[in-house]
Design a protein around this ligand. Structure first.
Ligand SMILES: O=C(O)CCC(=O)C(=O)O
Length: 261
């Protein structure tokens, strides 16, 4: 009689599968759009028109006031990163943001984000949630370069609701093509393991000098494979950045546990 694998054995097997898929950068070269396959991201100016972006911003702008500490809306959780960790101390997130803004709700229900990703990747992706993220200027506590997950791949659509015209406005930054890296990712994971760090941290293997800031007016959307080495710009000195962030994963699979966190 064979006995069921123990929880520890299941964890080891899962880690093995993750490592093999990370080592192969599985699927990262096979995207429908050659540009997305090469770079791992795409910027679409005007994906949300200026009037709609302004309407969403008007619906959520009250949360840029630090004195507001609760959403006051059923199902919407306001989370200040400063309450639970030592980095990203000037980042605020609001979950289930579609409940805050009818215009954002319409965008979510329209299927446009999934269709845009299908065109870029050839994959059927499902939205796991949409948040609004508010970033106040910060040059000291930003989390360094990281991935959201090594495996399974996850994707995000970022919609800027305020103009992000220079590094001083705190753009989303990526190392182009790093979603395809194999050896460097394995070196990073080994380094994280040896130093007891989060296995998604990459900042000891990659440098911000390799990263490009992704800029755009309000309404610009960035579609990204979150296996890219990425970070919020640590040179954010001017203005509060507000953006909506949709989280996506492969349809037919279970949403990764960290989604929305
Ligand atoms: O604030 C940013 O631009 C970075 C966001 C980020 O790291 C993420 O969504 O995983």
């Amino acid at each position: 009689m064979t006995s069921a694998p123990t929880a520890a054995a299941r964890r080891v097997a899962k880690a093995g599968v993750q490592l093999v898929n990370t080592a192969r950068a599985t699927g990262a070269r096979g995207y429908r759009s050659p540009g997305f396959a090469a770079d791992g991201y795409c910027i679409e100016p005007g994906f949300v028109d200026a009037r709609a972006a302004a309407a969403i911003l008007a619906d959520v702008e009250r949360f840029t006031d630090r004195a507001v500490t609760a959403s006051g809306v059923d199902g919407v959780v306001l989370r200040d990163r400063a309450k639970r960790q030592q980095r990203d101390l000037n980042v605020r997130q609001l979950t289930h943001a579609e409940a805050l803004s009818p215009t954002l709700g319409e965008l979510l229900r329209s299927g446009r984000i999934e269709r845009a990703f299908a065109g870029l990747t050839g994959r059927a992706l499902r939205i796991g949630g949409i948040t609004v993220q508010i970033d106040w200027p910060d040059t000291e506590t930003k989390r360094g370069l990281h991935v959201d997950s090594h495996w399974p791949p996850t994707f995000k659509a970022f919609v800027y609701l305020t103009p992000v015209r220079s590094p001083a406005n705190g753009p989303f930054c990526v190392v182009p093509g790093s979603h395809r890296h194999r050896v460097r990712k394995l070196r990073a994971i080994a380094g994280d393991y040896l130093t007891g760090r989060d296995h998604t941290d990459l900042d000891h293997e990659y440098s911000m000098d390799e990263a490009v800031p992704l800029l755009g007016e309000a309404g610009t959307s960035i579609f990204a494979d979150q296996r890219l080495a990425h970070a919020g710009c640590p040179e954010h000195t001017t203005g509060t950045r507000v953006m909506a962030v949709a989280y996506l994963y492969d349809e037919g699979t279970r949403p990764p546990a960290f989604l929305g966190h």
